[in-house]
Design a protein around this ligand. Structure first.
Ligand SMILES: Cc1cc2nc3c(=O)[nH]c(=O)nc-3n(C[C@H](O)[C@H](O)[C@H](O)COP(=O)(O)O)c2cc1C
Length: 222
């Protein structure tokens, strides 16, 4: 494990939560358990940070590889890996933003400049965005619903892995996750669906939490 982590170059980076990374990556049973209090703290306090509050530097190559490795480490009934990733970073974000703007203008030809400028920024604010594509298929050995749930788990793992590395982010779909013209220009086929775009970066703002569901309203004991 130590070798693997050093290969992924995650140890010692500023703001990382190494013990949670160890948990999210494949630590061996024989190795010392990570400090569960550390992991619990991350899980209990994580919350979303909007793209507008995210700045660079984003994840570097090794950090991105770590995030994607953890992303792909999700429950997956049937071992179908029914998802894939599209990475938007650097100059590609502006190209993606231009595609979003064209799609927006098609939908809302009367939109004013301010709204168009806002759309142009959708995929350029965060330094790194990972598009998670569900490739679930009907007629596979497990129901498509279960394959789609696995894609949701991928999105959550990305947020957790990023947080453990010292990044913040948010999981957004926006209107263009449902716009086939935009999606096709991102390389998403008509047989695929977007699970979401995970916007990642850094923030020095401590986001205020939002009210969380009252467990009494969502839990029953059978
Ligand atoms: C599949 C999915 C899509 C989402 N899409 C959007 C979106 O397009 N815009 C938005 O403001 N929030 C969206 N959200 C909500 C945010 O990701 C997030 O849950 C919310 O800001 C609360 O943040 P929290 O993570 O701190 O609970 C989406 C959530 C999910 C699960």
């Amino acid at each position: 494990m130590a070798g693997r982590l050093s290969k992924l170059a995650v140890a010692g980076a500023a703001g990382t939560c190494q013990k949670t990374l160890d948990l999210l990556l494949s630590y061996e049973k024989t190795e010392k358990e990570p400090d569960m209090n550390d992991c619990l703290h991350l899980l209990k306090t994580r919350r979303s940070v909007a793209p507008v509050a995210l700045t660079g530097p984003g994840p570097d190559h090794a950090e991105l590889e770590t995030i994607l490795t953890i992303a792909a480490r999700v429950p997956d009934h049937g071992k179908l890996a029914p998802w894939r990733f599209i990475v938007f970073q650097g100059e590609a974000r502006a190209r993606a933003g231009a595609i979003v703007v064209e799609g927006f203008k098609r939908r809302e030809p009367q939109a004013d400049e301010a709204r168009i400028a806002a759309e142009a920024k959708r995929l350029t604010m965060a330094p790194l965005i990972i598009g998670v594509v569900s490739t679930a298929k009907e007629g596979a050995k497990v129901p498509a619903w279960e394959q789609e749930l696995s894609a949701g788990a991928v999105c959550m793992n990305i947020l957790l892995a990023a947080k453990a590395l010292g990044f913040d982010g948010s999981w957004l779909t926006n209107w263009f996750s449902y716009d086939r013209d935009v999606l096709s220009q991102f390389g998403v086929t008509d047989a695929e669906r977007m699970a979401g775009f995970i916007h990642l970066g850094r923030t020095d703002q401590v986001p205020a939490d939002r009210p969380r569901p009252d467990l009494a309203h969502v839990v029953t004991h059978f």
